[in-house]
Design a protein around this ligand. Structure first.
Ligand SMILES: [Zn+2]
Ligand SMILES: [Zn+2]
Length: 257
């Protein structure tokens, strides 16, 4: 089965191509399942670089229309990539229970820490990565999410791998296994290329130290394009992710529940 559950579209203001263009690309590439998962907008808060809250129904309508038009060619799923923020829990539940959203993936780009929103891309202390992990774990415990996107995204901060980084990894992997939620190898990490540090030359994410523990735990793994351009839906970097997962002995699954 050829699947991708992490797909964006131009409503988020930092991607190219409409929902329909991604669906057409998926058909060309021979996909069986395309999950649309653009960044979730929040009521009363404009994070920027994503669809407006007022556009929520435009997105839902675009995906529903694509399901009607192309549903005989492939399975199209209506999802969002969403952070987990405690104060919005009711909102996530409403999306799933009342708005007909078929799945949420957890992409913890920022999280709530003692009353302020901390960006996962702007961490300068490994102790903060443990807070990141706790927020991810609390999110997975809600049962709202079907996939954990780029669990090792904090790798972009290029922090030294120390005991806190191991602790972060343990918290996330244990939570994913407990909740039976797959962890994502994200092709955007591969697209960012290699860095060299005291561990050698490696990707910031997928970070090999993180995925060693995933392999040990035999946790479920999903490979995602996280494409923001239709040409990247099934590009050579997605293939690299498949090869990496194989080399690292990961338990890759191709369908999420
Ligand atoms: Zn994005
Ligand atoms: Zn993301």
């Amino acid at each position: 089965m050829l699947t991708n559950y992490h797909t964006h579209c131009d409503l988020c203001k930092h991607a190219e191509g409409s929902v329909e263009v991604y669906v057409q690309q998926a058909i060309i590439d021979g996909f069986d399942v395309l999950g649309m998962s653009d960044h979730l907008p929040y009521p009363n808060f404009d994070y920027g670089f994503r669809m407006e809250f007022a556009e929520l129904w435009d997105y839902i309508t675009d995906v529903r229309d694509a399901q009607k038009k192309y549903g005989d060619r492939l399975k199209i799923l209506l999802g969002f990539e969403s952070e987990y923020m405690r104060e919005y829990r009711r909102y996530y539940e409403k999306l799933l229970d009342e708005y007909g959203i078929e799945y949420l993936i957890l992409g913890q780009h920022f999280y709530d820490i003692s009353g302020h929103w901390q960006s996962a891309f702007d961490i300068n202390d490994t102790a903060e990565c443990v807070n990141y992990a706790r927020s991810v774990s609390e999110g997975l415990d809600t049962g709202c999410y079907s996939l954990l996107a780029h669990p090792d995204i904090v790798g972009v901060n290029r922090l030294p791998w120390d005991k806190n980084m191991d602790k972060m990894t343990d918290i996330i992997v244990e939570s994913a296994v407990k909740n039976d939620i797959p962890l994502e190898i994200n092709a955007n990490g591969v697209r960012r290329g290699f860095i060299t540090d005291e561990l050698g030359t490696h990707y910031m994410y997928p970070h090999f130290k993180f995925w060693e523990k995933v392999a040990e735990a035999k946790a479920k793994v999903v490979i995602s394009s996280d494409c923001h351009n239709p040409a990247l839906l099934n590009d050579s970097d997605v293939q690299k992710c498949r090869d990496i997962a194989k080399n690292w002995g990961l338990h890759v699954i191709d369908a999420i529940d």
